[in-house]
Structures are given as structure tokens and as C-alpha cells.
Ligand binder design. Sequence first.
Ligand code: AHR
Length: 659
Amino acid sequence: MNFAYRVLRCYLALPGLVLFTLAAGAAPQVTMSIDAGKPVHSVSPNLYGVFFEDINYAADGGLYAEMIQNRSFEFAGKDALFGWTQVEREGAIGSLSIETERPLNKNNPHYLRMAVADAGEGLGVANHGFNGIPIKQGSNYLFSVHARALNGVGNLSVELVNTKGKTIGAANIVGVNPGWNKYTSVIRASGTESNASLVIVARTVGTMDLDMISLFPDDTFKKRPNGLRGDLAQMVANLKPSFVRFPGGCIVEGKDLANRYRWKDTVGDVAERKGNWNRWQSAMSEAPAPQYYQSYGLGFYEFFQFCEDIGAQPLPVLNCGMSCQFQDNQLVPMEDLEPYVQDALDLIEFANGSEYTPWGAKRAAMGHPEPFRMKFLAIGNEQWGDDYVARYEKFAAAIKAKRPEIRIIASAGPDPSGEKFNNAWTNLVALKADIVDEHYYKPPSWFFSNAGRYDNYDRNGPSVFAGEYAAHTSSRRNNLEAALSEAAFMTGLERNSDVVEMASYAPLFARQGFTQWDIDLIWFDKSSTYGTPSYYVQQLFSCNRGDILLPTTLSDTRKTKSQFFATASRNVKTGQVIIKAVNPGEDSVNVEILLAGLISINSKGQSIVLSGKSVADENSFKEPVKIAPVTDTFGGVSSKFHYRFKPYSVTILRIDAAP
Ligand code: AHR
């Protein structure tokens, strides 16, 4: 009987101590050797970012804090009054209609007319937001409306009304005159209601026109006007993303060219932004969303501002003269491409130009005289084929000639392999593209077996942007299995971050009950949110990114099917060694960790562990942090020590050592 076995038998009688002693005494199943004295390369500082697209109601009804749905009556045709109902209180006589003559401006052609013959107790409209407006007692709400009174001066009552019909907040708008003007008021809520309505009624006889009826909480992220929902923006901020890719995704391309995303429609006064229908209305036949629109209240200025607020690089994606190749696949002829290219140059000026340039002046007028210092720009989203290459080439030539500071991202198409992918890479290497954007939505098994995908990529060609990826489980659930496989894959991204410069999970947001795409990073409803296990994997990797990669080898003596994945890096300033390890198996794994090349090692380390009892485990509104990282300390760290990695786990070990 050897010593280790005797120790093991002895402690089996003391259940509380078994695990630790087993780790210290049992023969290792895996040996992890890390040489801190021979760093391999820098870890890309831009490696872990996020990808925002207005899918699953991520913008209106999501990150954009506007509480009113269809605030400007621009939903098409019979839906112009979608979200609104007529309010006719006792004694009121009159009618509502949608009109277009003498609108607020040409981009906002529809407005509501209230013709009041007898105001009675009030004639008007109610909006129910996005399935009910959540109101909190004691909070302030910023109401605004553009209005005119055609017969002299008009007065309006504005009320927040709970499901019992009780008013829980009110304001009066008085002296509405015959020209279009904006009227504002702050409403303080006297009650709490998750399902409130905003009611606006005329108190005077005559005809009144209303448009841009808006209600915001006053606690938007960083208290920005026209701002973002605080809890959702904070979820993104908590990922500490190094970049934000926006605004998509397929919405950049549009179903057809008319439907494409035009950044210039999304800046300036919100009342003058030309909205658009969202191509996710009809892109998924199994999930139609006929009233899905883009108000563009969350537009390019707000995206840039958000990036600045959370310390992320902005990474806009522009239409390249092609609509979605999975849908209408329309092409702008090469000879007509110039305005599209000009849009790109103008965007760079909007972001980076001085306030004395035409587009820099527009940015300054919106409140940001300082440039946003954008470094990256993607041309096209998920494009492929010769038509794309020709258009990319034209954009790249113009941008490089005038704005050489910009690194351009080109598309490798929708698949991570195959003809489209290979052709894209061949062409983009020949064109000396800066960065190539790869997309993959694949089963967890693909992610596990592709952890070495980039080990042999050419270090002299373009760098890689893994711009959209997510593990799609057979159950189509955001569970621990998906998260473990992504984590395993991400150890490969970090190990190869000399060629993989950036990566972002997709899509970012999903509103419960409003989805077109069911595997997503962050779920929310009208008042709460939770991160999926994949969210916490993204957070673990992003918040524990080292500066330099350390060579790490694993020797696995187990005869099991599950593998073990690990990577190690180091913080240059503090000297801290950061190990990321993924144990996807159902058994814990006893690992001997050998640390070479360190001058002094603190015997106490920090562990951050994400794990669960089953790979089917998920988070939910009821159990939002069922699968979430747990931080602890552990002892016995030295140049050779054992650590037992939990079943189904992603583990970060932070070990202090002299820099
Ligand atoms: O992330 C969802 C969609 O997947 C994106 O819009 C598109 O780029 C990809 O096909």
C-alpha cells in the first residue's frame, strides 16, 4: 500500500476533508505545464467584444429605453395605430385618425389627429408600451410630445394608469399652440405597476395633432438623454467588452436594398430620423414578427456614446451594396456604388473628424465635439462570392486612400469552411485584407473539436475576427453544455490571439416572447434580465484576459472520452498568472500544475469557478444565477501543486507571482 493510498483510505472516513486531500494526494490525471519565463505572444487586447444586432427586440423594446411602442405612428398601413387604443371617457365625443398633410417633417410623415367635439372627461389615446409599461413608485419619467392645436390653444392631460384604471402619475401640458412644438414634462410615479399604460387625453374642444409621443425612465444608463435601459446596458458593461460590433447582422444588409440600414438615417434629432421596418419581421417563417420596426432612436451616435461610456472600441458594420444574400440578394451595380462608399467615408468623418468638418459638426451638434476615435470598420456583414469581393475592393481602396488609420474588416461568408469560405479567404489574402470576419453557429461538438482551429492559421496573412459564433445545442437551449463548449473553443482563441484579433458571441440580446433567434447571450423582459451560462463564460474570459500568453502543455493520462482544455496568460504589470481551464466531463479532474519561470509564488491563489450539476442546467428569470461564477481562495500554490477541477466546469485560477 503506497503512502498516497493510505492517506486516501484514512480520509475517506472524514467526508468533509476527502475532496481536498484527494486532490493533494491522488495521482494526477492531467499534468499542466506552464512556462512563465517564455511568453509566446501578446494576447490581443481586443480579443473579447460583443456583437449587437436589433434582432429579438434588442433595440426598440430592449436596450433603447423608450417605453412607447410606435411613438411616431410610422408602422405601415393598417398598423399605423399599432400599440395605441382610443380612450373615450364619460361625455367625450370625437374621433382619432392618422393624417399625413403638413407633417412634423418629411422623415416622419404620419401623425395622430384628435378631433374633439366634446372633451367630456377626456378623449384621447393610450399606449401599452411593449406588452405593458413597467412603472416604479417614486421614480421619475420623462414625457415628451410634439403637438399643435389647430383651433387656438389646447390642453392635454398625461397619465400613467395601472391595470385597475387608477392614475399613478400625471402631468398637464397646457397652451399647445397652432405650430408644431415639443412639450415636455416629468412625471413622478406614486405607485408601482408592471403593466401600466400611458394615457393622453384632450381637455379642450377642437382639433389637436400629436406626434413623437415619448416616455423614458430618468435613470437611463449614465443618465444619458434618449438613453439606454440601465440594467441591460450594465449587463453589457459587466462583460468589459473591448469592442462593440453594431448595428448587425443581417439588418445591415436588409431584406432588399431599400430595407438596408443607412447610418445617416439614425443620427440627428430623433424626431427627424427616418425609421425603417426590421427585416426580422419576416426572415424566419417560424417566428413572424409583423410589427417589428426600427425607430433608430438608438442610432449611430448612441452606439458610439455607449462604446465610450463602457470603454469599448466602436466597430460599425456598413452595407457594401448588397442586400441579404439569403433573402432578396439585390446588388448595387458597380458603377452606382459611389454613394455607398461615400457613406463609409462620411461615417469615418462623423466618428473621427474635427468639429469643423461637415460630419464632425453634426456629431458636435449632438453633444460630442471630441472625436470618437474609431479604428475599425466592417464592409458588408455576411457576404460571399465575387460580387462581394469586387465591392469590398472598391470600398477598401477609397478608405485606405483617404483614411489609412482605419482597419477594414472583410467577410468570409456564413460558414466556417467550404467553397464560399475558401474563395473568400483566397481572395482576401490576395487583396491583403486587414481582418477577415468568420461566422459559425454550430453544435457543441463542433466547438470542442475546433479548439485547435487556429493553431495552424497563417500568421502572415490577415488577422481573424470571429465576428459571430454560438454553440447551438440540439435542444436549442442556452445551457451549460453550450457554454462549456464555447469556453473550450475560446481557450483556442486566446492561445491563437496573435492571429485571432477579435471575437464576439452572437446574438447579444433576446426579449422573452419576442424572439426570432433562440440561442442568445442575454435574456430580458420588460423589467428584468439574466445572463445565460454562455454570458458568464464570455465574462470570465474577458475579465480575466492576461497581456501575454504563456506556453501551456497538457498531458492527459485518463482513458475517458472527455478532454481537458486550458490556456495561461500573465498580467505584465502585476505578474499575476491567469489559468483558464475547462473540464467538460462528468467527473472532477485532478491536475498537477507545474509553474516554471516564476521568481516567487504566493501560496494562496484565487479561483473563479462556473459549474453545474448537469450540462442541461440553464439560468432563467426565476433562477438567474443558477449557473454563475463563484469566487474563492485556495491554498498550497507553488511551482508544483495539485488542483481538482470540478465536473462540468470553467475555472479561472489567478496566481500571484513577482512580475
Ligand atoms: O446573429 C444572427 C444572424 O446570424 C446575423 O444577423 C447574421 O449575420 C447571421 O446569419
